[in-house]
Design a protein around this ligand. Sequence first.
Ligand SMILES: C[S@@+](CC[C@H](N)C(=O)[O-])C[C@H]1O[C@@H](n2cnc3c(N)ncnc32)[C@H](O)[C@@H]1O
Length: 318
Amino acid sequence: MSAPHVPVLLDAVIDALAIAPGETHVDATFGAGGYTQAMLAQRARVFAFDRDPGAIAAGAAMVAASDGALTLVPATFSALDAELAARDAVPVQGVTMDIGVSSMQLDQAERGFSFQSDGPLDMRMSQEGMSAADFVNEADESQIADVLKAYGEEPRARRVARAIVAARPIMRTSELAHVVRRALGYKPHEKKDPATRTFQAIRIHINRELGELADGLAAAERVLAPGGRLAVVTFHSLEDRMVKRFLRERSGSLPAGSRHLPEVAAKHAPSFESVGRGLRAGEDEIARNPRARSATLRTATRTEAAAWPEHSVTEGAM
Ligand SMILES: C[S@@+](CC[C@H](N)C(=O)[O-])C[C@H]1O[C@@H](n2cnc3c(N)ncnc32)[C@H](O)[C@@H]1O
C-alpha cells in the first residue's frame, strides 16, 4: 500500500482561488483529491479530471460523500473544454493544475515510474498507449538521445542512448537504471542518481506531458469566465518555463525583443491579468513534505478578452 499523497502548496492554491460558495471550479489533476477536498470545503461545485483510471476509481468515495458537488472526469486535461462543454459546465470560475505524478503512482513499483524499486518498465499515467518499455526497445538511438536531451536535460544523452540500444531488450525499471548508471559511471555516494534524468525524460515523452500542459493551459483560457482564476503548480523548470511564458504572453508582458511580441500581442487584447510571481514552498512545508521542494505555483486572473488562438508555448516541445 502506498503512502497517501500530501498536497503541495495547498493553502497558497486555495488562497489564490478565493472561492465563493456555489462557484464552479476545475481540479485538472485530481490525484488523491487533496485540492478537490479543499475546494469542496469552500462549497465549490467541482469537476475533477484525472487520466489515471486508478485515481478516478479511488475517488468514488469522495464523490459519494459530496452530495452531488463533485463530478470526476476520467480524461486528460487537454480535453478540458470539450469535456466540460459536454457536461454543460462552461464557463468556470477556476482552473487548478498540479502537474506531474502522484505519490501513489511513484510508490507502486508495478506502475514502473520509479528507479528506486524494481517493476515493469511502464510509466503510463493513463495505463494505455505506448509504455516506457515500448519506447526504449523500439525507438532508434537518435530518437532516444533527443528525448533524453530535451526532456531530461541529460548532457550525455548520446552516450546513454547508445548504452540503452546495446542492452535491449530492457523490460524492468531496475535494468534501465543499471544501464544508465553504468553508462555514466555512477558512484553510490553521489547525491543525485544519474538515472533520474533518463526516467524523467522518458516519462515526459511517453505521457506527452509538455504537449498536455500547453493544450491544458489553452483549454483553461477558453473555459474561464472573466475574473476566473488559474493556478498551476509545476515540479521542474521545463514546465515552469512553459507556464511562465504562457502567462507573460497572454498578459501582454513578454519582454521587449521577444520575436512573438510585435505581431501576436498587437493582434490580441490580454486574456490574463494579475499574474503572480512564482511562489515556492517555505522551509516548514518542505520539512513536512520533501516533494514540495521543487514546486512552483503560478496564478493569474482571466480578463474579459477573447481567448487567443495562438499556441506558441508549445514551441520547443517535440
Ligand atoms: C501531482 S498529482 C495531483 C495531486 C492532487 N493535487 C492531490 O492533492 O492529491 C497529479 C495527478 O494528475 C494526473 N495527471 C497528470 N497529467 C494529466 C493530464 N494531462 N490529464 C489528466 N490528469 C493528469 C496524474 O495521473 C496524477 O494523478
